[in-house]
Design a protein around this ligand. Structure first.
Ligand SMILES: Cc1cc2nc3c(=O)[nH]c(=O)nc-3n(C[C@H](O)[C@H](O)[C@H](O)COP(=O)(O)OP(=O)(O)OC[C@H]3O[C@@H](n4cnc5c(N)ncnc54)[C@H](O)[C@@H]3O)c2cc1C
Length: 470
């Protein structure tokens, strides 16, 4: 019987465990033990019910175009629990000079593809609009080395586009800054479009034309989630695993590579395994691998993480009727606020709030405001309430509030990330029976984490010769 240790019980580790569990149930001679340092499994996927409202502490949904999370839900029997975002109400604002300005129609991520809405939008200055027109004639350009998202966007559209769109959009997804994140790791499609077409606008339009010419697939919502919240997915994973294999409140301290297999030291005990999957944030992976391979450990430690704070406020019907329509707003750095973004949850996922409730979920922290973690929950709620009053004139007392602090939870793919991943992979190959999964490598979103956990488990099973991905 082959034995596999999985370290970390977030969505990445649970996905790895479930892949092995499926093989075990179908008769493959394999067993696993999953070690989680905290008392609960699920990592940052946490859902609460408060006053009839569904409150997400971490992720609230995932991108529909990335199939792995929805596929996993279907395998878990949750296919009928998947719900889409209410895209009919999709409208996002940007805070400009203390006013909410709607993002113009036709913006694809930050690339304008429709002329009139962009020309008429008060979001951009005349200077930026002229840059957008000139961008159309941008010659193909293949950057010789990796660069930041800010450098690339500025080359095409100027600095205002970085401040108004690139930075707020990236801080929403990565808790990071356009001036730090690698364009090749974070927006590989943009780097590709620039080298082939030059103009990002022309490249996007040509992609759209190709899609329009293809046979029509039914329209899909931008975001997918679960009826009872994101934790429904991790709860279902846990319910489908062997309960004796799940060790909570057991932090792994050290991994030692033996002649055959690995010794895992956790909670004053050691155990032998044929293989190990590390599915933690990379700083924790670095620390358990310190004695197995110093160089690998150093590479893993060099991947930076930022922290995030989410604040959910619940309000009554009167507030709901007074709030702007749409999914919410983004706050550019130049606005000088601590809030990075706010979601009007009752519009994005209407069934998450009763008809007489409004839910506003706000994001703070990120790479530029780690200090927010030092503030008490009361102070954080006060910051958010003050800023909501200044931005949308919201003075009412919330019916409830919840604050969740996520320390070092969001991996930052800085310039050179892809080269670092190559070095990590080369070092990993010297350590047979080791696989790495999680949000520090090839995608930070939930679907990418599901994929990374599943692939790590498949790789280990294939390496052991007890299962072939083919
Ligand atoms: C506030 C927030 C909002 C987000 N919103 C979205 C969103 O809307 N959509 C989306 O797709 N993604 C979103 N993300 C990103 C996504 O949720 C995460 O990247 C993903 O869930 C990470 O999963 P993971 O299993 O890799 O890591 P984690 O969830 O961090 O799990 C890792 C686990 O490893 C454990 N661990 C660490 N060290 C050890 C050790 N030594 N021994 C044992 N266990 C250990 C930890 O306790 C933890 O439980 C969001 C993230 C955050 C924080």
């Amino acid at each position: 019987m082959k034995r596999i240790a999985i370290i970390g019980g977030g969505i990445s580790g649970l996905s790895a465990a479930y892949t092995i569990e499926e093989k075990r149930r179908s008769g493959t001679p394999v067993e696993y033990v999953l070690f989680e340092s905290k008392p609960r499994l699920g990592g940052v996927l946490v859902t609460e019910r408060v006053d009839g409202c569904l409150v997400e502490a971490g992720p609230d949904s995932f991108l529909t175009e990335k199939p792995w999370a929805a596929d996993l839900c279907t395998r878990l029997g949750l296919g009928d629990q998947l719900i889409g975002s209410n895209d009919a109400a999709r409208k996002t604002y940007i805070l400009v000079k203390n006013k909410l300005v709607v993002m113009p129609d036709g913006l694809m991520f930050m690339v304008p593809t429709k002329i009139m809405p962009t020309v008429l939008s008060p979001l951009f200055s005349v200077r930026t609009k002229l840059r957008m027109a000139r961008e159309w004639f941008h010659p193909p350009h293949k950057a010789s080395a990796d660069e930041t998202v800010a450098e690339m966007v500025e080359r095409h559209y100027g600095p205002e586009m970085v401040d108004m769109l690139a930075d707020p959009l990236l801080s929403g997804v990565y808790g990071g800054e356009a001036t730090q994140l690698s364009v090749r790791a974070v927006l590989p499609r943009f780097a590709d479009m620039e080298s082939k077409h030059g103009s990002l606008g022309r490249a996007m339009l040509s992609a759209r034309k190709k899609m329009a010419a293809a046979p029509k697939a039914p329209a899909r919502p931008l975001f997918t989630s679960l009826k009872n919240g994101m934790q429904q997915m991790t709860d279902a994973l846990v319910a489908n695993l062997d309960p004796n294999a799940l060790k909570t409140s057991v932090p792994v301290e050290l991994l030692v590579r033996e002649l055959e297999g690995w010794t895992v030291s956790a909670g004053y005990q050691s155990d032998q395994f044929d293989a190990v999957i590390i599915a933690t944030p990379t700083p924790a992976a670095a620390s358990v691998l310190q004695s197995a391979d110093e160089n690998l450990s150093a590479e893993l430690r060099s991947i930076q993480y930022s922290s995030s704070v989410t604040v959910t406020l619940g309000y009554d019907d009167k507030v709901r009727r007074a709030l702007p329509p749409g999914f919410g707003f983004l706050v550019p750095r130049s606005a000088g606020r601590r809030m990075l973004a706010a979601t009007f949850v009752h519009n994005k996922f209407p069934h998450r709030a009763p008809a007489d409730r409004a839910i506003i979920r706000c994001f703070l922290g990120g790479a530029r405001d780690e200090q927010i973690l030092q503030s008490s929950e009361e102070e954080i709620v006060q910051i958010v309430r003050d800023e909501l009053e200044q931005i949308i004139n919201l003075r009412s007392e919330p019916l409830f509030s919840r604050v969740y602090k996520w320390r070092s939870a969001m991996a930052q793919y800085s310039v050179g990330h892809l080269e670092r991943l190559q070095r990590i992979e080369a070092l990993r190959q010297n350590l047979p029976g080791l696989a790495l999964a999680g949000n520090g490598y090839t995608g930070i979103g939930v679907p990418d984490c599901v994929r990374s956990g599943t692939e790590a488990a498949s790789k280990i099973l294939a390496e052991m010769g007890i299962w072939s991905a083919a």
